[in-house]
Design a binder for this molecule. Structure first.
Ligand SMILES: Nc1nc2c(ncn2[C@@H]2O[C@H](COP(=O)(O)OP(=O)(O)O)[C@@H](O)[C@H]2O)c(=O)[nH]1
Ligand SMILES: [Mg+2]
Length: 361
């Protein structure tokens, strides 16, 4: 039957074809298309509800409202440049424009936080376990997952590929990722692992930096400690079932919160879990709560650029920089906003976005 249809000139729908057609026909925008994907992949009732609201256009409405107000402001500033004589007091509109830009930047910022919430809902809060080889990262992951998933050996450099699991920690969705130990790699495979580890560490919402408390600190430990961000990192001193040989921690570590554990005996793990949940709750590692919005990587980037351009424009107005420069930033913000809805988007980007859909969706 299918074969006959294909012979008759029909063809199979490619990934995302139905959604793509709806988009091309102008019935939905890119944010709604992205929500279709989020709805299909949603794992919770709340996630599905948020995705459906986005499909119905809740986010698109806010976005187009923002775009409209930004374009109004743009027209106002353009008019101010074109017909400066018509301005009674040239200083007056600058103040008004600036206040308006601040409000627009604030609205864009809220959309960004909403998208961060959406990412957390879809992917979990990114908690990454890092440290030099053999400190017990994989053992810690296993202990936290309460199941054996990672390969644990006493040969440094065993975990060459990362392992990532979604768990619920104190009611919060957490994606726990074990990384390959970070050290100068001995071969190509390890090199790829180390590179990926570094990228993971950078994008983590919370970093668990593991040190082996039963051995003196090594140069690799010091480098890792030096590169961490306070408030985003928890120091985990592992192997407390053995004598303490760690010695003094470098000055940078003094400002970091620390928890002592033994992945082997399980000592301290409850405290660790509580601290992780606590840090997430305190909002130090998670964004403010906003209605979750699901955006693709491309759109998230566009939103970030729009926010940056808006702040730049507001700052330029304060500094009394010529209006032409302010205008350039405002225009850039408008362009980035239009990328989110997809009114202005390259075919290649569309191909990439819709290829993530399943066949026939
Ligand atoms: N005594 C003791 N040994 C541990 C502990 N955690 C891990 N180990 C051992 O340390 C070695 C390295 O552990 P592994 O989890 O593979 O370290 P990774 O390279 O950081 O992933 C293994 O032999 C583990 O059994 C601990 O809390 N106490
Ligand atoms: Mg490992």
């Amino acid at each position: 039957m299918l074969g006959a249809l294909l012979d008759a000139g029909g063809r199979l729908a490619g990934p995302g074809e139905f959604t793509r057609r709806a988009f091309l026909a102008g019935r939905i925008d890119l944010a709604q298309a992205e929500a279709v994907l989020a709805a299909v992949n949603s794992r919770t009732e709340a996630g599905l509800e948020a995705a459906l609201a986005q499909i119905k256009g809740a986010f698109s409405g806010k976005l187009s409202g923002l775009e409209r107000d930004l374009l109004d402001l743009l027209a106002g500033i353009e008019a101010g440049i074109e017909f400066p004589d018509e301005l009674e007091n040239p200083a007056e509109p600058r103040g008004r424009w600036q206040a308006e830009l601040r409000r627009l930047a604030e609205r864009a910022g809220r959309l960004r936080r909403a998208s961060a919430e959406g990412r957390i809902m879809a992917e979990g809060i990114r908690v990454v376990i890092a440290g030099r080889p053999n400190v017990g990262k994989s053992s810690l992951l296993n202990a936290l997952l309460e199941q054996e998933r990672a390969i644990v050996t006493d040969v440094p450099g065993t975990t060459r590929d990362e392992i990532s699991e979604l768990i619920t920690l104190a009611g919060l969705p957490v994606r726990l990722t074990d990384t390959a130990g970070i050290r100068p790699p001995r071969d190509r495979i390890e090199k790829a692992g180390v590179r990926r580890s570094r990228a993971r560490v950078k994008s983590a919402d919370l970093l668990l930096l593991v040190l082996d408390r039963s051995r003196p600190l090594e140069a690799a430990d010091r480098r890792l400690v030096a590169g961490t961000k306070v408030g985003k990192t928890l120091l985990v001193l592992n192997k407390i079932d053995r004598p303490d040989r760690l010695g003094a921690l470098p000055g940078r570590a003094a400002g970091l919160e620390r928890v002592e554990v033994s992945a082997r005996t399980g000592a301290g793990l409850e405290v660790l879990k509580e601290r992780v949940a606590g840090l997430i709750r305190e909002g130090r590692v998670s964004p403010d709560s906003e209605t979750p919005v699901f955006l693709g990587v491309y759109q998230e980037r566009a939103l970030r650029h729009a926010c940056e351009a808006l702040s730049e424009a507001a700052a330029a107005l304060t500094d009394g920089i010529p209006l032409d420069f302010v205008l350039a930033s405002v225009r850039r913000a408008a362009r980035h906003l239009s990328e989110i809805s997809g009114r202005r988007v390259d075919k290649e980007v569309l191909d990439q976005i819709f290829s993530r859909f399943c066949i026939g969706k």
